[in-house]
Write a protein that binds this ligand. Structure first.
Ligand code: AMP
Ligand code: MG
Length: 521
């Protein structure tokens, strides 16, 4: 198998990384390869199925386990630092990941190919450099689901078993994930060099990011500031998208924030079932620092750390640099609010797009309270103690008609109301929603159908629910990969009709509820 490597990061100055081959493993075995992603990357010969024949699978497994280093790869482990739960850690780096190299895909986009769990590196600190099967499958499922939901994310090209055990609290099967990303440069990468006073390295990094991720910034009057603005805008949009599907990242440390604006690092992440804005799943997040509703605040905080690393480059004059950084940072709340309200209005079925000026208008304010009030009702009046199911509320809202007439419309109404314990607040909210819709769109014939189609295209039927992920992992630990495969397959089309996805749509039964997730490191 060949990748057409076109490496750039490995050609940066030596202090950006360590040369590091993956450490071979005993008995590589392919769990799954992502044939469609391989095609996008231009891998040859073409991989035509996610489950190739034994002979092909063996060859792929050797590559994705790191036992065979493909031609043109220049394997490295990158250095970075970061704030973990607010605490400064001066040196982290790829402690268990090896970047094989970069390829330019059929779509012209450059992407990193990285093996995660590929053995010890100079940045491993106390760790074994390995990954366990559970977290590898979790990342495969969730990162691919994210991408299918239309949310920028790193991707999963393959999962392999290593044939070796890793010791966590108990011995677990070892595995390796092949991660594909627009870039692995993080806020923490900038922080590492800035904290060492290595302004020259920060400049190299800025040039790298502009060239590969935000090329139009090169032509701006102030390129560094233009790049900063791009990163802030990308993060504002990303966190709004996460929240719009009930996603909690769980470990928003600055080393886990991609400069490319992709979701990266799926350690203790979770999608909510019942809505609760204070929800936290990560076992190590005791303070709720990374709760669902706190994610914009944390993003803003992380971006402030990013700004600090750029101060020497924003202006030679310290005060001007401060002012420029502050101005860029101050744009975040409005950027977030515009993105968030934009998505939520679309989820409610409103067709017209509001600009950032529009969200300040009377319409913007009215729509914001409509969104807020629905979320409040979901929190306080869900049928279960845990709040109304986030995914089903929006999906089933999509099926409602403006005028409840026929039997079908009545059934949709009943199903939606069934998500709530108390009917009155929901009924009056629905009246406001319907009024807003008819005011916005007029009583056009076929209006319901068009709006329903629009809403179905943004309100998924299925998301990777915690209990489904758990089920897939538990079965895989017993050598049964069918539930994992079925879940990955279903999540590739998260907006399709309810009947096709019935099993994956259902919220957990009480005994299936997962209350905590773990980094698994
Ligand atoms: P994460 O929690 O995955 O964002 O990882 C934080 C840091 O710990 C990164 O520098 C990782 O490379 C490192 N790390 C996590 N797990 C391991 C491991 N098993 N062995 C070595 N380093 C690890
Ligand atoms: Mg990380």
């Amino acid at each position: 198998m060949t990748f057409k490597f076109d490496n750039s990061y490995a050609h940066l100055p030596e202090r950006f990384f360590a040369h590091q081959n993956p450490v071979p493993v005993r008995a590589p075995r392919l769990v799954r390869v992502n044939a469609r992603l391989a095609a996008l990357l231009g891998v040859e010969p073409a991989i035509t199925t996610d489950h190739p024949s034994a002979e092909v699978a063996a060859r792929l497994a050797a590559i994705f386990a790191g036992n065979t280093v493909p031609e043109g790869a220049e394997p490295i482990a990158a250095v970075y630092a970061g704030h973990q739960f607010g605490q400064w850690v001066p040196r982290l780096g790829d402690g268990r990941a090896v970047l094989l190299g970069e390829v330019i895909g059929r779509d012209g986009i450059r992407r990193d190919i990285q093996l995660k769990g590929a053995g010890r590196t100079p940045f491993s600190r106390g760790g074994d450099g390995r990954a366990a099967l559970g977290p590898v499958l979790r990342e495969y499922i969730v990162s691919e689901a994210m991408a299918a939901l239309g949310i920028p994310s790193t991707r999963a090209l393959a999962a392999v078993l290593t044939g070796e055990e890793v010791l966590r609290e108990v011995p677990l099967p070892g595995a390796i994930l092949t991660r594909v990303a627009r870039s692995h440069v993080r806020i923490g990468t900038f922080q590492y060099f800035a904290a060492n006073g290595d302004t020259e390295a920060v400049r190299v990094l800025v040039d790298y990011v502009i060239r590969h991720l935000y090329p139009d910034a090169a032509h701006a009057a102030a390129p560094v500031r233009a790049m900063l603005d791009h990163v802030i805008a990308a993060q504002a949009k990303l966190v709004a998208q996460w929240m719009s599907v009930g996603f909690i990242h769980g470990v928003m440390n600055t080393d886990n924030m991609s400069i490319a604006g992709e979701t990266i690092d799926f350690g203790p992440c979770a999608f909510m079932d019942g809505f609760n804005p204070a929800a936290v799943f990560s076992a190590i997040d005791e303070m709720g620092r990374y709760a669902w509703g706190y994610q914009p605040t944390i993003t803003h905080w992380n971006l402030a750390r990013f700004c600090q690393t750029l101060l020497p480059l924003l202006s030679e004059n310290g005060r001007d640099a401060q002012e420029s950084a502050q101005e860029a940072l101050d744009a975040f709340p409005v950027l977030f609010e515009t993105a968030w309200l934009g998505i939520m209005r679309a989820k409610l079925g409103f067709a017209e797009v509001l600009t950032s000026a529009g969200i300040e208008s009377e319409t913007g304010a009215a729509d914001r309270s409509l969104v807020k009030d629905l979320l409040k009702i979901m929190t306080n009046h869900g049928r279960d103690d845990s709040g109304a199911d986030f995914t089903l509320t929006f999906r089933w809202l999509s099926e409602l008609a403006i005028n409840v007439g026929d039997e079908e419309a009545q059934a949709a109404e009943t199903r939606f109301m069934g998500l709530f314990a108390e009917q009155e607040p929901v009924t009056s909210w629905l009246a406001r929603w319907r009024q807003r819709l008819s005011q916005a769109e007029g009583p056009m014939p076929g209006g319901d159908n068009m709006r329903q189609e629009r809403m179905r295209a943004i309100n998924p039927t299925i998301i990777p629910r915690n209990h489904l992920i758990q089920e897939a992992i538990s079965a895989a630990l017993e050598e049964d990969f069918a539930p994992f495969d079925a879940l990955v397959d279903a999540l590739a089309n998260p907006f399709v009709s309810q009947s096709a996805n019935a099993y994956f749509m259902a919220p957990p039964r009480p005994e299936q509820v997962v209350t905590q997730t773990f980094c698994g490191t």
